[in-house]
Design a protein around this ligand. Structure first.
Ligand SMILES: [Ca+2]
Length: 300
């Protein structure tokens, strides 16, 4: 959509907007013995229906599932060892055999979705997708006499991001990684009322993610607490230009304009990393550089 808001001899204002929404559905798959001829996917408990079900993958009539995010739901953080010990009858299959019925103060207390006393992969839930619901942008162009002021923005909403630099720092898989700011609020014996688990070497409590560090595992076996909303609005370009009067050049120059362009100057966002455009697991993409350009156009 484009529109002229106002126009006069000295002043004009034009605005534009773009919106896109993209959803891919699986129409037809080769016959196999699975419901909806499903290929791939992962099995969880659905508390709404009270049954196990397959989510993600490819299933006829459903949205393509490769961007689905499935995660463990953190009910709380065990504030004290007594509170942790009270759950020792719960078996956590993601822990080594010797400690499946042992947890520590500061560990995540997982929601047992099917209430069977076992924490396993059925206890995950669908929390969203890595692709945005909507993407778009706005433009504005203001002209006043010989000045022109152009602004271009773009946005995306609805996608989830796993910032693995942050998660890995929290999990200390190498012991020498920089720590994200959330560590300051992590569980300690004197900071027991928190949503952030104890910080422990090599993700030993499996409080940050419960599988491995591959993209598919993080997208399916992470702690929901570490997923972030990728929603953003970027100020992608701002350009101020000025048409210099050319009468004194006596027709040697037909037109002379000078401009200043600022690119990628600001994001409005809540996610912790620098690249909200990239949904899903991020291992550290190089961010868009901020650039400042000064230039001129001369027409002879
Ligand atoms: Ca369970």
């Amino acid at each position: 959509m484009d529109g002229e808001v106002f126009r006069s001899k000295d002043f004009s204002w034009n605005v534009g907007a773009i919106f896109t929404s993209n959803r891919n559905y699986v129409i037809k798959l080769p016959e196999n013995d699975n419901d909806l001829n499903r290929q791939g996917g992962t099995r969880i408990w659905n508390p709404d229906t009270g049954r196990e079900e397959w989510v993600g993958g490819f299933q006829e009539g459903q949205r393509m599932g490769n961007d689905l995010v499935v995660a463990f739901e953190q009910a709380s953080i065990y504030a004290s060892q007594a509170e942790a010990d009270a759950d020792n009858d719960i078996t956590d299959v993601f822990m080594p055999a010797a400690s499946r019925n042992q947890r520590w103060a500061g560990d995540a207390k997982w929601v047992d979705q099917n209430n069977d006393g076992i924490i396993d992969e059925l206890d995950r839930r669908v929390i969203g997708r890595t692709t945005p619901d909507f993407v778009g942008g706005f433009t504005s162009n203001l002209r006043y006499k010989s000045f022109n002021f152009f602004v271009k923005t773009d946005f995306a909403v609805g996608h989830l991001v796993w910032n693995h630099i942050r998660a890995k720092g929290y999990a200390q898989t190498q012991g020498n990684l920089n720590q994200p700011v959330e560590v300051l609020d992590s569980w300690t014996p004197t900071n027991t009322n928190t949503d952030w688990p104890r910080m422990v070497f090599v993700n030993d409590g499996k409080n940050v993610w419960r599988g491995d560090e591959s993209e598919s595992s993080l997208q399916n076996f992470g702690n929901e607490q570490f997923w972030e909303k990728g929603d953003y609005l970027a100020i992608r370009e701002v350009t101020l230009s000025y048409d210099v009067p050319v009468t004194q050049f006596q027709n040697a120059i037909q037109r002379l304009s000078v401009y200043l362009t600022l690119s990628n100057i600001h994001y409005f966002k809540s996610m912790s990393g620098d690249t909200p455009e990239i949904g899903g697991v991020q291992y550290g993409a190089f961010p868009m550089p901020k650039t400042f350009t000064v230039g001129g156009n001369i027409t002879f």
